[in-house]
Write a protein of this length. Structure first.
Length: 99
């Protein structure tokens, strides 16, 4: 009896692996670092906190329309939103519940 499942090809990356690699390459690129820094310089406060009357520094540039859903918006400032880490996490947790 084989000691591994014969239909799994361990040498080929899964779609999840490929997506993780692509995401890592995008967010660790020099171009993203420059764009992120420039966007946060112009938008230093968390948009969600500000809407609630709270002043809190933004640390994350969030893609309103997911960049893989519409790649042409990946670099569009009009598709960016400055968020603090708790608001970004909460946004994605709400999204997962609705999916």
């Amino acid at each position: 009896m084989p000691d591994r499942t014969p239909y799994l090809d361990e040498g080929r990356p899964t779609p999840v692996d490929l997506a993780a690699r692509e995401r890592s390459a995008f967010y660790s690129s020099k171009r993203w670092a420059r764009v992120r820094r420039a966007f946060l310089a112009k938008n230093p406060l968390c948009a969600h906190c500000l809407a609630a009357g709270v002043i809190k520094a933004a640390r994350i540039v969030h893609h309103v329309v997911e960049r893989l859903s519409d790649p042409k918006l990946a670099w569009a400032w009009s598709n960016f939103e400055a968020l603090c880490s708790p608001c970004h996490t909460a946004h994605h947790k709400r999204k997962v519940k609705h999916d």
